[in-house]
Design a binder for this molecule. Structure first.
Ligand SMILES: Nc1nc2c(c(=O)[nH]1)N[C@H]1C(S)=C(S)[C@@H](COP(=O)(O)O)O[C@H]1N2
Ligand SMILES: [Mo]
Length: 429
């Protein structure tokens, strides 16, 4: 890369500022002065102005902010990048504990990561499901420090894109589907901390007639097929909203990184990733059901095996993955401790079986540590490959409801919820 390429420099500067800002927030729990200074720098940088502050590189004049859709570094050993999305490489979890560090957590952006200022950020609530039916023009507001002042709760949960595993519809079943061709890396477990959505809804004056809430992101509008569908938003029933949903401001003990929703995102445990709206700016609370393209047009199951108007996509299904590179090379004549993880949107994993012979015979994997309802189960499986050559490894989990990964997932046009056993190729040398 040419160090003096103004485009690269501009990208780098913006990403660096965003990271500096997140670190600053962590270290000082929001020093107002730093935020104000940084906000001035970011604004100036976005406008292409030169800022006379030490340590900040002069940015060239530009009409459009050119930052990439994802701000954090995406080294090829940690990620596979597809446009505005980045998939975690499973081999990068081989030396990790239960949690996925933020540096390798997958990113799914419909557009791009916005750089938001926690000082001026507000969560706005309105709608017919709140006492007095406040309007969008005169909403009930919570600032970032209001949220920090409310009782905090933590939970360890996975977020998984509904399209995780989509490429296997084509690769294993010859089904033609549309969407990002994820393998199994559009999932991650983190420790989230924030305020229960229930707490905020109650303080905002939730009525007993409320049925749906509609959280909406502050990222740019999503344009699909030339049609502007507006900000990313997806309705959530009040029952779920009150049950275990978090308005999270921390991920793994630090302020949310920009790419994962800074300053505040929803965490909707066990449900499809699209429910966990990042950069949430407003929540409509309604006494009548709400709709958005994200529950009518996308994130529905369409296909010959589903009703004409589609079936809803709500919870994630049972899945398993090996902590191995795709086409990993393993030495013959020694025992390898294969490791992996399994998870389900319906609760903890009961057991995991592994096959190293094309699915003919299966043996139980050994669980590593206790499973939890909303995270994944780690497991290991000793394997001594008999002779060199190509092999396929398979893992098949069963959850607490008795649901087991099938051999085939029914086809749906958008390729959601691929839960079938995945054949993971390796080469023994
Ligand atoms: N505002 C907003 N929220 C969003 C999205 C988005 O593009 N914009 N993507 C959703 C999707 S489809 C998924 S799978 C998760 C991904 O979360 P992550 O990027 O933190 O891994 O965020 C969800 N929340
Ligand atoms: Mo997603």
């Amino acid at each position: 890369m040419d160090r003096h390429d103004p485009l690269d420099e501009f990208d780098y500067d913006r990403a660096r500022l965003a990271r500096w800002r997140a670190r600053q927030a962590r270290d000082t729990v929001l020093s107002r002065r730093d935020f104000a200074q940084l906000a001035a720098r970011v604004t100036a940088a976005a406008a292409g102005l030169t800022v006379a502050t030490t340590g900040v590189t002069a940015a060239p004049a530009r009409a459009e902010p050119p930052a990439g859709p994802i701000l954090k570094p995406l080294p090829p050993e940690l990620f596979t990048v597809y446009g505005s999305n980045a998939e975690m490489r499973w081999e990068s979890m081989a030396d990790q504990g239960l949690l996925v560090p933020a540096d390798r957590f997958f990113v799914r952006n419909h557009t791009r990561t916005p750089v938001l200022d926690a000082d001026t950020w507000r969560l706005r609530l309105f709608g017919t499901g709140l006492h007095g039916s406040p309007t969008a023009q005169a909403p009930i507001e919570f600032s970032y420090s209001d949220l920090l002042g409310l009782p905090a709760e933590s939970l360890t949960a996975f977020i998984e894109c509904a399209g995780n595993g989509r490429s296997f519809f084509t690769e294993q079943q010859q089904d033609q589907v549309s969407g990002t061709a994820w393998r199994l890396g559009a999932v991650g477990v983190a420790h989230w901390r924030g305020v229960r959505l229930a707490t905020v809804l109650e303080r905002a004056g939730l009525t007993r007639s409320a049925v749906d809430v509609l959280p909406q992101g502050l990222d740019p509008d999503f344009v699909s097929g030339g049609v502007n569908l507006g900000p990313v938003r997806r309705p959530l029933p009040v029952a779920k909203a009150l049950h275990d949903v978090l308005l999270a401001y921390e991920m793994n003990g630090r302020p949310l990184p920009p790419d994962h929703g800074f300053p505040v995102r929803l965490i909707v445990p066990s449900w499809v990733g699209i429910s966990s709206i990042k950069w949430v700016g407003q929540i409509e609370v309604s006494a009548t059901p709400l709709f958005s393209p994200w529950n009518t047009q996308f994130y529905r199951l369409f296909g010959p095996e589903y009703p004409a108007d589609g079936a809803p996509v709500i919870r994630q299904v049972v899945k398993s993955a090996f902590e191995l590179a795709w086409n990993a090379r393993l030495a013959s004549g020694r025992t390898h401790l294969l490791r992996g993880r399994s998870w389900s949107g319906d609760g903890r994993i009961r057991h995991v079986e592994v096959s190293t012979d094309g699915g003919t015979s299966w043996r139980l994997a050994r669980p590593i540590s206790a499973g939890t309802d909303r995270a994944w189960q780690r497991w290991e499986f000793p394997w001594r490959p008999p002779t060199p050559g190509p092999y396929t490894l398979r893992a098949r989990a069963t959850d607490v409801t008795g649901a087991t990964q099938p051999a085939r997932t029914p086809y749906n046009t958008l390729g959601y919820l691929f839960g079938a056993v995945v054949a993971h190729p390796v080469t023994v040398t």
